[in-house]
Design a protein around this ligand. Structure first.
Ligand code: DGT
Ligand code: CA
Ligand code: CA
Ligand code: ZN
Length: 577
């Protein structure tokens, strides 16, 4: 019964929520959230570290003594007394309200106290009856926003982040491969297509001994309950509520099954109609001419039988893939190994957990050739945003580091500068002009009108020092809707001014998303995939961004930070650096 990093991260998030509800010190709340993020990003299971040597936890940036001790308790007992204590102090219903995007702890507490709201259903009713708007500090607009976000909250209970699914998948595949007779094991479905969220997992196994595979599946540490078990098919639900369907298939059908269960449904429907046009039949067992199976062992074989090249799973959404395939123009999708730079990251000078040197070192270890250090500007006071004096001090250190890393790593003097509510940048023009790399982003005034937000963004794009707009829609998956912004206009202006747009790789952002990134490219915008790392491990989020870029159909040439340094500098500054 090992606890996963995702579960530990969630526990610390819950601590933070509960503390926030009680009006605890914001820095304490923030520190729990930081720890949660660090643990979520960690490639090695915390449970393994505790098993080997708990002291090693302290070597991880962003984990202090108290969090390390709590990790140890969690791993060893599966529980956290401090959490139980906090839980007892806060009414159960309140916590459910907190999960609704846009409902801060203060508002949740008020709803509970003033209207006696105990559940999400209560809240929905109160909103529909117009009772919420009558509360002090709420109003009609808030009431409407809550109603809109209710559906998001309900959805959040059903779909998990791809990155969290991946943690489970990696452990599950390792576990299943230990069963005797397993020849192949893969996870199909939305996971394989790289969708930003995953509803359930669809696992395929080739084995000569199906019942042994299922016995092994039942022993997977995360299993909460077995939903069904047949001869070749079994379904379980994990302790956290994720359903996993397992199918054992014969080797000669593996490709057909992988294709079928990878989907998407819309892609499969198109495929089936193409099969019919050729007088063929396709199902999860193979491609058939009459009774004869003509393909099925591999996916390549299946697609080839229908006169198609193999289509990468990320593209299988019945968007443009068939058109591309027909024209022989399937893009060569960007790969993680092609990424050479990371142009958005934070250090402990603002809200990151590691020093500048540590981030640089971590970048070198990941074979990056150039990075931009982009701490927050002053407006983001909660994150210790840097004023010009602190910024220039950091930049001097970067000059020194660049000497030290000569030939190995280029460090750009950057900043993530807020686009102010009233419009304009959060730092003076002369300071921004000194920077190598200015990332502009909106963190405040997200509820403004479409016109206001679009105008702010266009101003930033037109600012001579700004290079890229970070997380251009501001959405947080399952938590916050994107702000209202006219993306068409943003794409057009960005293209015209030679500015870049970010695909933020953080698992709960992925912003721009796949569809928007594809549209940006259509407009001739170059995309930048950035981790927005707040810790050395945060740099590993790059692959989530790359996955979304692949879903957008992007090749290396569509992504600025795949370029070697000399090309990069030519594209950015018009000269070789
Ligand atoms: P999810 O789980 O909601 O994130 O999304 P998927 O795409 O993994 O969907 P899921 O788990 O319901 O089904 C897995 C795949 O199986 C799906 O992508 C395509 C295939 N499939 C499921 N139902 C149908 C169907 O009614 N017709 C066809 N052609 N394929 C289906
Ligand atoms: Ca699925
Ligand atoms: Ca499924
Ligand atoms: Zn950032």
């Amino acid at each position: 019964m090992t606890i996963t990093n995702a579960e530990i991260a969630e526990t610390f998030e819950l601590m933070a929520d509960l503390l926030e509800l009680q009006g605890a010190n914001p820095f304490r709340v923030r520190s729990y959230r930081n720890s949660a993020r660090v643990i979520r990003d960690l490639p090695e299971p915390v449970a393994d570290i505790v098993a080997q040597d708990p002291k090693r936890l302290l070597e991880i940036d962003g984990i202090g003594e108290s969090v390390a001790a709590k990790c140890q308790t969690l791993v060893q007992t599966g529980k956290l007394p401090q959490l139980e204590e906090l839980r007892a102090q806060v009414p159960e219903g309140l916590l459910a309200l907190l999960r609704i995007p846009g409902l801060g702890p203060k508002k949740a507490a008020a709803l509970h106290k003033e209207l006696g709201i105990q559940s999400v259903a209560d809240l929905e009713k109160a909103c529909r009856e117009g009772r919420v708007r009558q509360l002090k500090g709420f109003g009609e607009k808030t009431e409407k926003a809550i109603l809109e976000n209710l559906s998001l909250a309900q959805q959040a209970e059903q779909r998990i982040f791809w990155a969290d699914a991946d943690q489970i998948v990696q452990q599950l595949l390792k576990h299943l491969k230990q069963a005797p007779g397993v020849e192949q094991a893969e996870v199909a479905g939305s996971y394989r297509r790289g969708r930003e969220t995953v509803g359930d997992l669809d696992v395929l196994v080739v084995s000569t001994q199906p019942s042994k595979v299922m016995d092994q599946f039942a022993k997977f540490a995360d299993v909460g309950e077995v939903l069904a078990r047949g001869d070749t098919k079994m379904s379980i639900r994990t302790k956290r509520g994720l359903q996993i369907d397992l199918r054992v298939v014969p080797a000669e059908s593996f490709g057909a099954a992988l294709q079928y269960f990878t989907g998407s449904k819309a892609h499969n429907i198109e495929l089936r109609s193409r099969a019919r046009q050729r007088g063929l039949k396709i199902n999860e067992y193979g491609v058939y001419r009459g009774e004869e199976r003509i393909a099925g062992r591999t996916e390549e074989e299946v697609y080839a039988a229908l006169g198609l090249p193999w289509i990468p799973p990320e593209l299988r959404e019945a968007r443009q893939e068939f058109q591309w395939a027909d024209q022989g123009k399937l893009p060569e999708l960007v790969r993680l190994e092609e990424i050479r730079g990371d142009l958005h990251m934070h250090t402990s000078d603002s809200d990151g957990s590691a020093s500048l040197e540590e981030m640089a070192e971590a970048a070198v270890r990941r074979r990056l050739r150039y990075i931009a250090i982009t701490d927050h500007s002053p407006r983001v006071s909660m994150a210790h945003g840097l004023d010009p004096r602190r910024l220039r001090k950091q930049w001097r250190l970067i000059d020194e580091l660049n000497d030290r890393y000569e030939g190995k790593l280029k460090i750009l003097k950057g900043v993530e500068c807020d686009i102010l509510e009233k419009g304009g940048m959060d730092l003076p023009d002369d300071v921004l002009a000194e920077a190598d790399w200015v990332v502009a982003s909106i963190h405040y005034g997200q509820r403004q009108s479409r016109q206001q937000i679009t105008e702010r963004m266009l101003q930033a794009i037109e600012h001579p020092s700004v290079r890229v707009i970070a997380h251009p829609t501001g959405r947080l998956i399952n938590r916050r809707e994107p702000y209202q912004v006219d993306l068409e206009t943003v794409f057009r202006e960005a293209a015209q001014h030679g500015k870049f747009l970010e695909i933020n790789a953080t698992p709960d952002r992925l912003d721009l998303n796949d569809v928007h990134a594809a549209a940006a490219r259509q407009h001739g915008v170059l995309l930048v995939i950035s981790t927005d790392a707040h810790s050395p491990e945060g740099l590993d989020a790059m692959r989530y961004g790359v996955l979304q870029a692949r879903r957008a159909g992007l090749s290396a040439q569509d992504v600025l930070n795949t370029r070697p340094w000399h090309e990069f500098s030519r594209l950015v500054w018009g000269k070789s650096g």
